[in-house]
Design a protein around this ligand. Structure first.
Ligand code: GDP
Length: 199
């Protein structure tokens, strides 16, 4: 049976500032991560119906939280705090790493990660560190290249090839999706991947 690709009905449950406050609930979870300004809030709002649940562009240095959304009473979407602002104090960086690493490496209900990268940027050390936290556990991740409306078809084709090679070693069915909230490109594919993961 094909996996449904309609948007999710989701509602905000809570913000968690310490990994020990993560809801103890056996329902599966899928996390969303990426550098600040990558388009994560916009993507979450695009794949869900109704009121915009994720805030667009949070201020740097603000208290960082894992935001939990319950989807169809069945699973959690977990919006991880963005990273990579140039002028973040070292303590804020440390707090981010403690919160995110503990969640990604230790949460028993986490099924995988949707990892966002701006299609005009290179993957950097922060991105790689975060990806390794889930890969070391053997959890799957979906790579989403955001804001693809900013590139020509040609440029995008080259970027997709390059990233597939770099991240997945040219694996035939590499889980990489070009996405744009402006054109709607990739929306159904992201929804299907999340549905599959949490089925
Ligand atoms: P976040 O910090 O990762 O949550 O990023 P936001 O969702 O707040 O988006 C950051 C900025 O990028 C905002 O100005 C958005 O309007 C813009 N943006 C997000 N997605 C897209 C997209 O697909 N295309 C374009 N052109 N701009 C986008």
């Amino acid at each position: 049976m094909p996996v449904a690709s309609g948007p999710f009905t989701a509602s905000f449950v809570k913000s968690v500032y310490d990994h020990r406050q993560v809801p103890s609930d056996p329902r599966p979870a899928v996390a969303f991560a990426g550098r600040s300004n990558v388009g994560k809030s916009t993507l979450i709002n695009t794949i869900t119906t109704g009121k915009k649940i994720a805030k667009v562009s949070q201020t740097p240095g603000k208290t960082q939280a894992l935001n939990f959304f319950l989807v169809e009473n069945r699973f959690y979407m977990v919006d991880l705090p963005g990273y990579g602002f140039a002028k973040v104090p070292p303590q804020v960086k440390k707090d981010w790493a403690v919160l995110v690493e503990n969640y990604l490496t230790g949460d028993p209900d986490l099924r995988g990660l949707v990892f966002l990268l701006d299609c005009r940027r290179e993957i950097n050390d922060d991105d790689t560190t975060l990806l390794q936290w889930v890969v070391r556990r053997g959890l799957p991740f979906l790579m989403v290249l955001t804001k693809t409306d900013k590139l020509s078809r040609n440029q995008l084709g080259q970027t997709v090839m390059k990233m597939k090679h770099k991240i997945f070693g040219n694996e035939e069915n590499a889980p990489l999706i070009p996405f744009s909230s402006k054109t709607g490109a990739g929306k159904k594919e992201v929804i299907r991947w999340v549905r599959n993961l949490t089925a």
